[in-house]
Design a protein around this ligand. Sequence first.
Ligand code: ATP
Length: 445
Amino acid sequence: MVKSAADEATPELFDTIVNLCKRRGIVFPSAEIYGGFRSTYDYGPIGVLMLRNVKNEWWRTMVQRRRDVVGLDAAILSPPQVWEASGHLANFTDPLVDCKNCGSRHREDKLDDPEVCPTCGERGQFTEPRQFNLMFKTHAGPVEGSGHEVYLRPETAQGMFVNFGSVQYASRKKPPFGIAQIGKSFRNEITPGNFVFRTREFEQMEMEFFVPPAEAEEWYGYWCEQRMQWYLDLGMSPDKIRLRAHGADELSHYSSGTSDVEYLFPWGWDELEGIANRGDFDLTQHSNHSGNKLDYFDQATNERYTPHVIEPAAGATRTMMAFLMDAYDEEELNDGKDSRVVLRLHHRLAPYQVAVLPLSKKPELSGVAGEVFDLVSGAHMCDYDETQNIGKRYRRQDEIGTPFCVTVDFDTLEDRAVTVRERDSMAQERVAIDQLPGYLAERLA
Ligand code: ATP
């Protein structure tokens, strides 16, 4: 079957990606030698590179290229007071139902039919829904008991709110300005699943943008547009991504507007990122609960106000999975006699940008190939592979999306040039070794 990125997503694609991830060391179940640990995954040698690239691209766009956003790396463990103030202790819950027939547990709001158990198929066997708090609680220090309870953060956002005063003071930024953070979050999800789409441990990329209240609506629109553009600029198919505004019944009580960036996954449209206009809820809550005023005094107007917040909150692991699915292609070659799997990833997301492939393992070729690797690997993530025939090695690189393969052959010893093969077109070009850094820099910018 031939698929292209523009086709409708299909359920088969899901298994294809899960298998590819396992086979190529992209993502695999955690603690597999002990039978795996449900809903936790490890990112292998190829996956760790791609996940890093997703996060780096977010950071580059949201922090590095902006004069009005600064970064933060806050603690994962936090005291109950933070979650009391944020409302998570009381409200960060999902409705849990048990099936009286088979004992399985489900999140009621995610059931296709609220009457039918997806595990055993029985109708009308669910218990009344109970609100289940998703936060992981643990104990700090050697004494178990009240007063030592701590929580693993279920989102990175509160780090930006509780540090608003210190960051604003230290960075001398004035609204509108943002604080951005990438890091792990933990939720005791009732029904983790769909591979890394919903896990109990995951990574988020969040930014809190603090604005004068009168400007909130305008900035909300701005960030919805900017965030959509980020996915498109990194090559996501425009027909598989959309912005969906929440209906009034979906909004939290403090939010005057929320939109989700959604991707057409094999199981249908689902959330990649939420962009919310949160008003002054968070800063006000932490001001009231901590007794430390989190506001801003504008010297130009002599006014003190609590900034409003626009929050684009994305999942790094989910986003990586969406990019993988979007890039997957099976291409027929030689009039259908042959085919290849190719990940048509944007070069900035590809695990390796370059692979150096000496045509044979002969020491004279390995020597020059080693030189080429050293020449290129300072600027680009570079694979080195000298096993199997060259055709198979090209296929292996296509399958993990490497944009350029650089082949060192016996002519290289004479002409000090290499063959550069481009992933998508498979076009090959002879390039002098000393021109190679410039050649690649131009194409991998
Ligand atoms: P959902 O409705 O899917 O449970 P949410 O709306 O509660 O998600 P947010 O609190 O808005 O999610 O979190 C922001 C982003 O963090 C989500 O868009 C998603 O990309 C990511 N995320 C949230 N929960 C998980 C999870 N359990 N596993 C992986 N990523 C997650």
